[in-house]
Design a protein around this ligand. Structure first.
Ligand SMILES: Nc1ncnc2c1ncn2[C@@H]1O[C@H](COP(=O)(O)OP(=O)(O)OP(=O)(O)O)[C@@H](O)[C@H]1O
Length: 263
């Protein structure tokens, strides 16, 4: 879906990026529900083309932050402190396809350019669904439906892709395949990405940088060096994993050293 429908005073779209050159700039973002404070002064920058994963315990406000960036939260309060690009797309855990329209119809929906059809076909080919244009959503698997959702987000060439646990409902094997697909799509289109996930391993596998939301603020920020992302640096990967689990308040399970043979 096209996010950022407008009417949100705290969000300032900036097609050329923010003054600082960031694709996303958030300062002191506050959001409460009744007396419950959820976001309590969030500061976050995302550079153009940067992939940021957002981790945090259940209920800490990850989706609330994403909805604020998407322009879907009309109550968010700040002081003109959110700046996002002009073209923002959102992918959710469920594909949110219209059941009464075909795959092609779902992807072209809302695209006003004269070549919407051709663009949608290209996007569907990119997600591996060439030839399925006339299928109905109910004829697709969960993974295929999420592929359509990705195609629908890409057809608008977003400068910012917001993804709220997009693979959370998929089986482990499909998830791994979708990770590869998302990496390819991001490499080809270079949007800035904010991925909300519960999965530390998913965050390490995909992100350039991981941020942890805790008690309404960004509490931990960790870069993910390419060697750790690809698991070439296995020790670094494990150290980062433990570090993030600790930041999430989870006691990492102790993995014993392999027993020395012949000692
Ligand atoms: N519209 C709303 N009205 C009242 N409370 C809300 C609303 N939306 C969110 N909340 C509350 O705000 C808190 C943060 O919710 P949010 O969905 O952002 O958390 P989350 O970190 O994404 O959680 P999860 O990982 O479980 O999806 C929760 O306590 C939730 O109940």
């Amino acid at each position: 879906m096209a996010a950022h429908p407008g009417g949100l005073t705290a969000v300032a779209p900036s097609p050329a990026g923010t003054k600082s050159g960031a694709a996303v700039s958030v300062r002191g973002l506050i959001r409460s529900f009744g007396t419950k404070s959820v976001l309590d002064g969030v500061d976050l920058d995302i550079a153009p083309g940067e992939f940021v994963a957002l981790l945090g315990p259940s209920g800490c406000g990850k989706s609330t932050l994403l909805r604020a960036l998407a322009g879907l939260d009309h109550e968010v309060r700040g002081s003109g402190v959110i700046s996002v690009p002009d073209r923002v797309s959102v992918v959710f855990q469920d594909s949110r396809l219209l059941p009464w329209d075909t795959v092609l119809g779902n992807v072209t929906l809302g695209v006003r350019e004269h070549d919407a059809d051709a663009r949608a076909r290209k996007a569907l080919a990119e997600v591996g669904l060439a030839g399925r244009e006339k299928a109905w959503p109910h004829q697709l698997s969960g993974g295929e439906q999420q592929r359509v959702a990705l195609a629908r987000s890409l057809v608008r060439e977003p400068q910012l892709l917001l993804a709220d646990e997009p693979f959370g409902a998929l089986d482990a094997l499909t998830r791994i395949r979708m990770h590869g697909l998302l990496q390819d799509l991001v490499a080809a289109h270079r949007p800035a990405v904010l991925l909300v996930t519960h999965d530390v391993d998913e965050a390490i596998a995909l992100a350039d940088r991981i941020v942890v939301l805790d008690r309404g603020r960004i509490a931990t920020v960790r870069p993910v060096p390419p060697a750790i992302r690809s698991s070439a640096d296995a020790a670094g990967h494990e150290a980062l994993r433990r570090d993030l689990l600790t930041a999430l308040g989870v006691e990492p399970v102790h993995t014993p050293e392999p027993a020395a043979v012949g000692r």
